[in-house]
Design a binder for this molecule. Structure first.
Ligand code: ATP
Ligand code: MG
Length: 355
């Protein structure tokens, strides 16, 4: 290998992987009439900025970041759907720039999940159809499909059309499709996005089994911090295309362990609450309001990191009471990945909890 390190000990290794996009500007239908605006627009988004990560065989690795941080771009580059602008990645020993067909044979991918299946076909027929695209031998494909339907608990309803399935069941079919050719590596883009809690849990358990029982290497993206925390052996934080930290969830959380933490859930906080609390708690390193979805019963949360908890709690309760802000709950001292993310980047991870 020319890259100076034995890459075959890793299932996936990215080397300064960089992807830029031209910023799309919608100037309206008649923009072609306005000559002055038709000049070149050089604005670029750096979706991946010199990303270096190493994922070991059988590892369940999470890429955790907010909307637009580069998660899907990463999955698309690794699966050779997108060509990077700089750098490269080695997947199962193959270079994504030079050995695309070997890379594709090495992995199964779920991006956009259920939307990429045929809803007029049954689950079994979808899988048969995709197995023929993969040029699988018919007899072998049939056996493999039965096995996958069984593993993913889809057998009973395998002959119903996908249009009659729930989102979660369709997501399972998408995962089954990714597993058809029994690849050693799985790339899953937000596998539980939009699923109800029961299905999300089932999918998470199945992903855990794929890694722990079947020995697959799994790279999954998520913006649910609890999902990354519970599921992943190691987690990389991504923000604005940059990897800001990589470690086990426990070691990441240990980064804020010595710090005092307070989290208060509140209803209908005024817009300037962050500012008010910040002036009230000058010792706090971070005061962050994470808006909830009150119509859906998810309260907003105020996070205070740093300073002295004891002092803070009293001051916070007084201040909120004075303003007649309803307090849902108050938690002290249990760090989450979200706290670490906020501390490292100043950015919010997500606007709601895990599904
Ligand atoms: N085809 C494209 N053309 C232009 N910009 C793009 C394109 N694809 C992605 N981007 C931009 O690149 C950045 C990273 O996008 P990406 O979809 O990888 O983020 P993400 O982390 O998957 O976000 P989300 O959580 O919303 O799915 C964003 O700023 C996005 O607008
Ligand atoms: Mg995405």
């Amino acid at each position: 290998m020319v890259y100076g390190e034995k890459s075959d000990v890793f299932s996936i290794q990215t080397i300064n992987l960089t992807k830029r996009f031209a910023k799309k500007k919608h100037r309206g239908f008649f923009s072609f009439l306005r000559r002055e605006q038709s000049k070149k627009n050089n604005a670029v988004t750096v979706a991946l900025d010199k990303v270096n990560i190493k994922i070991r065989p059988r590892e369940l690795f999470g890429l955790l970041g907010p909307n637009g941080s580069g998660k899907t771009t990463m999955i698309k580059c690794l699966s050779t759907i997108l060509i990077p602008d700089e750098g490269t990645a080695i997947v199962n020993g193959f270079d994504i720039r030079k050995e695309t067909s070997m890379v594709r044979a090495s992995l199964g991918m779920v991006v956009g999940g259920e939307r990429t299946l045929y809803w007029k076909l049954t689950a079994r027929d979808n899988l048969m159809y995709f197995s023929s695209l993969y040029k699988m031998h018919k007899r072998h494909a049939k056996d493999r499909i039965e096995e996958l339907l069984e593993t993913l608990q889809l057998s009973e309803r395998a002959d119903e059309r996908l249009e009659d399935y729930s989102t979660g069941m369709r997501q399972k079919v998408a995962i089954a499709r990714a597993l058809l050719h029994d690849p050693p590596i799985l790339l899953l883009d937000e596998p539980t996005l939009g699923l109800d809690p029961g299905f999300a849990r089932q999918i998470r358990n199945q992903i855990r089994d794929l890694s722990k029982k079947q020995g697959k290497t799994v790279l999954l993206t998520t913006h649910y911090m609890d999902e990354a925390d519970q599921l992943c052996d190691r987690v990389a934080f991504i923000n604005n295309g940059e990897i800001v930290a990589v470690d086990t969830p426990n070691r990441l959380k240990a980064m804020v362990k010595e710090t005092e933490l307070v989290e208060v859930s509140v209803y209908r906080p005024p817009a300037d609450i962050e500012k008010q609390l910040r002036s009230l708690l000058p010792e706090a390193e971070v005061v962050k309001l994470i808006p909830g979805d009150e119509a859906e019963g998810v309260p907003s949360r105020i996070k205070i990191i740093g300073g002295t908890t004891e002092e803070h709690v009293g001051k916070i309760i007084d201040a909120l009471r004075q303003k007649n802000i309803r307090i849902g709950s108050l938690n002290v001292g249990v760090p989450t990945l979200e706290d670490v993310f906020i501390k490292l980047t100043g950015a919010k991870l997500t606007e709601g909890g895990m599904q």
